[in-house]
Design a protein. Structure first.
Length: 254
């Protein structure tokens, strides 16, 4: 009987404990464009991390009608700790809801002009790169998202940039009753400045690649248009030449 119990214990699968990683999610909204009228724009959102984080810009930015405007002070970072499966579940099942607020001229009262929705799962499939400055792995996601009014009509576009930084396994303290200690570098002003510079370079690289792709598509479109115009001229010249030959044939047969 004891042998059977021992066999049953041996057959039980071992519990695999996932490592908790020290991470940081950073969000930024560099620009807005295409609004149907001028407005004093402010950004507000609640980030559904393990503890919800709320963000709002300090001061509205004046955005002219139909123009593109750079938004200031929209960058924010959120350090947290999570296992990979917990993070995957979080990003797969949540979206970021962003309110675009329009402030009155006195900048005291505002109304929600429109909203943007960003599926956080897009970060999972984004390309990962190793950042030497912070000894971390960074995933960057840069896109333009539509701004919709309450009738789900698009009234503009907001640029959205997200960075998910993984510093690796978090270090647990050996002392009891002590909180978990992260192995991420200390957030000194020098480190933050260097990190934000690296993120800016990454964002500019993504932006430049998108610009090159846009130019490539524009060039291809121009080449196709030039070819169509050339073909139209060739057909027109052929028709005119055929018409002249027919006239000559008619004169010769008289």
């Amino acid at each position: 009987m004891e042998n059977k119990k021992q066999m049953l214990v041996q057959d039980e699968p071992e519990t695999v404990t996932e490592q908790v990683h020290s991470m940081k999610l950073s969000l930024e909204f560099p620009s807005i464009k295409g609004l149907p009228f001028g407005a004093n724009i402010g950004i507000e959102y609640t980030l559904p991390l393990f503890q919800a984080k709320t963000f709002s810009t300090n001061a509205p930015i004046k955005v002219p009608k139909g123009a593109k405007a750079d938004l200031k002070e929209t960058f924010a970072s959120y350090p947290f700790e999570s296992t990979k499966s917990e993070l995957y579940e979080l990003l797969s099942t949540n979206e970021l809801l962003i309110n675009i607020n329009n402030f009155a001229e006195d900048l005291e009262e505002f109304a929600v002009l429109g909203t943007c929705r960003v599926p956080l799962r897009e970060l999972i499939g984004s390309h990962a790169t190793l950042e030497r400055a912070s000894h971390s792995t960074v995933r960057a996601y840069d896109t333009e998202i539509p701004i919709e009014d309450y009738g789900s009509k698009q009234i503009g576009t907001l640029r959205f940039v997200a960075y998910l930084e993984d510093f690796g396994a978090a270090i647990e303290s050996n002392k009891e009753n002590n909180p978990k200690v992260s192995n991420a570098p200390k957030r000194t002003p020098e480190y933050e400045a260097l990190w934000q510079l690296e993120m800016w370079k990454k964002a500019e690289e993504i932006k430049f690649n998108a610009y090159l792709k846009e130019k490539e598509l524009l060039y291809e479109s121009e080449v196709v248009q030039m070819y169509k115009e050339k073909e139209q001229r060739r057909v027109q010249e052929f028709d005119e030449a055929t018409g002249r030959v027919k006239k000559l044939q008619q004169l010769m047969t008289r």
